[in-house]
Ligand binder design. Structure first.
Ligand SMILES: NC(=O)C1=CN([C@@H]2O[C@H](COP(=O)(O)OP(=O)(O)OC[C@H]3O[C@@H](n4cnc5c(N)ncnc54)[C@H](OP(=O)(O)O)[C@@H]3O)[C@@H](O)[C@H]2O)C=CC1
Ligand SMILES: N[C@@H](CC=O)C(=O)O
Length: 433
């Protein structure tokens, strides 16, 4: 193998700048472990005149993708431009030109990962995308290599740094939702359009990728039920806190008997739960395997250098494969068929907050209604508001099927005494009361 391996970069934003810095700053270590230098040869950007967060020779930059994709000297393409269609085209072109690809693009991998993998295999190229899930945490390697001998049953994670940052800032610093989001954007955690962060879609994409790899089953993005953090009110965080819970946007995937439950939703976690301690832009993924039991992977889930670490580590793997004359990937050939779990088989506890007329017997009516659905309450708070005319009632249920909970909720909303069901969230773990 030659004395240097050349990289073509597609994108020089938050992550791309980190890749340049990391390759430069760790050149000695990289050369030592690889026996060759790693050099970035061309960089695709949209705007040549934009000021950059990194020192880079001007003539490395280009707005013509062919300058990168058709350069015969470039061995590895690093795609950190984001978006779906153009990025997909460029990656397919790279494979056709027999170039290996490393990508951070979860939007693309969640939607077209299997197709891109097929193209990579067909062209005998590597395709790695560690940075697409949980930024700097080597979770895909952890699952595909570290736990390859085990049968993974459950994956639960905080996989979006932006929403975790917002919830932490709202909860512990009393910062408003809008200001916390602005800070997350300024710090470079949020996507170019942060809607996908706050509406849970970014986390859903990561859960689709995790689900595929953890359970060796095909998981489509549409399989993931999603709700985001937009509607969460400060009151829910405060009542949650009072009851011993912390609000987190949780990605949840469970696979047993070929039945898959996979979703992303705001969840009240018992403060004793290991994921409850994960703050700000940090991510953590909890993996439960048949043999290993509980494991947790923790670290920065977004940001320039943490994400660059995952990317450059993928580049190192590619170069090691080149040296060995083999190709590799993060892919696990799906060998289990799956059905999505129906609501009668999905069990959880729930938090409900509602306003009701503050009249005699109202709470026993509500409790009887839930009892009829086989649901009992484990914690209750009741506060008079509006000079005692209205009661704000908060309760947490014991475990119930989603089907029973949804039916109870529907009946609750039609009760005369109930003025408004304000919010309801899944609850995970047991708070110490
Ligand atoms: N930010 C983060 O913490 C993380 C991001 N990711 C993923 O990494 C990828 C990059 O994210 P990030 O660095 O934050 O994004 P940025 O928006 O900061 O950077 C995107 C870069 O790509 C260039 N670019 C975008 N579209 C085109 C195009 N059509 N043609 C040429 N150049 C283009 C932009 O050029 P120009 O600068 O000229 O505008 C810019 O340099 C995304 O897929 C993201 O989801 C993954 C993990 C963490
Ligand atoms: N916007 C994403 C960036 C990393 O994937 C996040 O906030 O986690």
């Amino acid at each position: 193998m030659s004395e240097k391996v050349t990289v073509g970069l597609l994108g020089l934003g938050v992550v791309g700048s980190g890749v340049i810095k990391l390759i430069e700053n760790h050149q000695q270590k990289l050369a030592h472990q690889l026996g060759c230098n790693v050099q970035v040869k061309r960089v695709l950007v949209r705007d040549l005149d934009k000021s950059r967060d990194v020192d880079i020779e001007e003539d490395l930059l280009t707005t013509n993708p062919d300058d990168v994709l058709n350069d015969p000297d470039i061995d590895v393409i690093v795609e950190v431009m984001g978006g779906v269609n153009e990025a997909k085209d460029y990656i397919l072109k790279a494979f056709t030109s027999k170039k290996h690809v490393v990508s951070a693009n979860k939007d693309l991998v969640a939607l077209h990962g299997p197709e891109l993998q097929d193209a990579a295999t067909h062209n005998k190229c590597d395709f790695y995308y560690e940075a697409s899930v949980a930024g700097g945490i080597p979770i895909l390697r952890g699952i595909v290599d570290g736990l390859s001998s085990d049968r993974i049953q459950k994956v639960m994670g905080i996989v979006n740094g932006t929403t975790n940052y917002i919830l932490t800032q709202m909860d512990s610093e009393g910062v408003s939702y809008e200001n916390a989001l602005k800070e997350a954007q300024e710090l470079g955690f949020a996507e170019a359009d942060p809607t996908s962060d706050v509406e849970g879609l970014d986390a859903a994409r990561k859960m689709a990728i995790l689900g595929r790899l953890a359970f060796s089953t095909p998981v489509d993005l549409e399989d993931v039920e999603v709700s985001g953090i937009k509607g969460i009110e400060l009151e829910d965080l405060q009542y949650g806190d009072q009851l011993g819970y912390t609000m987190k946007l949780i990605g949840y995937a469970n696979f047993d008997n070929h039945e898959l439950e996979i979703n992303v939703q705001p969840t009240l976690l018992a403060k004793s739960h290991p994921l409850a301690a994960v703050k700000n832009e940090f991510n953590a993924v909890y993996v439960y395997g048949d043999a290993v039991g509980e494991t947790m992977f923790y670290g920065p889930g977004a940001g320039s250098l943490p994400t660059a670490t995952a990317i450059v580590s993928d580049v190192v793997t590619v170069i090691k494969n080149m040296r060995l004359g083999v190709t590799g990937n993060q892919f696990v050939e799906p060998h289990f068929k799956k059905e999505l779990k129906t609501s009668d088989k999905r069990y959880a506890q729930y938090y409900v907050r509602l306003f009701a007329k503050d009249e005699a017997g109202v709470f026993s009516t509500i409790s009887a209604l839930f009892h009829d659905q086989d649901i009992s309450f484990k914690r209750i708070l009741q506060t008079p508001v509006n000079k005692g005319e209205v009661a704000e009632i908060i309760f947490i249920t014991h475990q119930t099927s989603l089907e029973n909970f949804q039916q109870a909720l529907e009946k609750l909303e039609s009760l005369d005494a109930v003025l408004e069901v304000k919010s309801y969230y899944k609850v995970e773990g047991d708070a110490i009361s």
